[in-house]
Design a protein around this ligand. Sequence first.
Ligand SMILES: [Fe+2]
Ligand SMILES: [Fe+2]
Length: 384
Amino acid sequence: MNPQQNSTHLDHFQKLVRLLTTAAANAALYHPEHRQVLRLNKQALEQLHQLFNRHGDLILKVIDGQLIYANKPAAESLAIKRLISALTKNGISHLKIESGIYAEELLGLINILSKSPDKQIDIKDSEHIHYGRIEIRYKQASSAQFGALDLAEISTLEAGRFMELYQAVRSKQKLEMSGIHEIVNGFVNAFNSQSDAFLALAPLRSMDEYTYTHSTNICMLNLAQAKVLGIDGQLLNDIGIAAMLHDVGKMFISPDILGKSGKLNEEEWQIMQQHPRLGAEYLINTPGVPRLAVITAFEHHMRYDNTGYPKTKRPWQQHLCSYMTAISDTYDAMRTHRAYEEALDLNQIISIMLDLAGNKLHPQLTYSFLQVLSGLDKSDNGHE
Ligand SMILES: [Fe+2]
Ligand SMILES: [Fe+2]
C-alpha cells in the first residue's frame, strides 16, 4: 500500500469510528431504531466496505487504553477515545468485523456501544461480528481540552456528553449546569479562535457525515446569528446555553411520540405542544440556569405573527433569542428533512425562509441569518 492509499484508508477508518460513535450516541438519546441511527448505520456500513476492499476483515484491539487497528495504535481523535471508552465499559477488548456483515449486525454493535455499563446487555457474537473479552487494564481517556480543537470534533464529543445530560433529565436526575457551561464555552471559544465565523460553520455542511445533534446545531446557528449582530460576552454565552436547552422539555414527552416516524394524531400533537412549557418549568427550578434559557424554552415555538404555541392571553413580546432560535430551528428542520426525504438544496431553503420572513419568522433576523448562510455557502464552495 503506498502512503497515499494508506492515508485515505486511515481516513475511512476515522470516519467509520466517528459514524459508529455518533450513531451510538443517537441510539442512547432516541432509540436504536431511530431513523438518524439507521442512516448513520448505513453510512458506517459503506465505510466498512471501503475498508474491507483494501484490508480484509477489520480487527480492533484495546490494549492499555489504546485502540490498535491494522497492528498500529489508531491516531488519537475524540471519536477514537469515545470508541475506546464504549468498548472498555462493556469489557470488550477485541473486536473482529468480517466482510459480509449486514446492516442488522452492525446495528447490534451500535446498540452495545450505546449502552451505559449499568444497563446489562448480552454481548453475543453474530455471524460476522466477534467480540473478545479479555481483561486488560486501561486508562480513562483524559477529559477534552477546548479551544484548539476543530469544531467538527468538538461537536462529536459534545453531542455525546450533551446526550448524557439530557438523559439525566429524563431519568429525573439533576441537570449539571457546569456541563452545559463547558459545552457552550467550547463552542464560543471555537468561534472566537476562527477569524471568520462563517468558516467555523462550514462543518454543518457535512452534517450528513457527522450528524450533529439538533441542539448543538441550534447552538451553533444561534451563536453565528448573535455574532453577526455584534453580540459578545455574557449575552453570547447565555444565547448559546438557551439554544442548548431550548428543547429540554421534550425529555418529558414519551419517546413513542418523539420517535414516531409518521404524522402525530391530534392527541399526540397536543402532548407534543406541551414541551415548551414543561421545559421552562423545569429550567426555572434548576439552579444556575440563565433566565434567557427559561424564556427561550417557553417561547421558541411562538411565531413572529403570534401564531404557534404556547398560546398566551395577553399580547406577548418575545425575546430576540426566541426569534433567533425559531429561525435556527426552522433551518435545521429543513436540513434534517433533506437527509432522509426529498432533497432541499440551499436555494430552496433560502426561498422558503424568505417566504416565512415577516410572518412566521422575524424579518430582519431572518435576512441576517440568510447572510450567514450565504457566507457559509461561499466558504464551502466546491466541496459537495
Ligand atoms: Fe421545540
Ligand atoms: Fe428544536
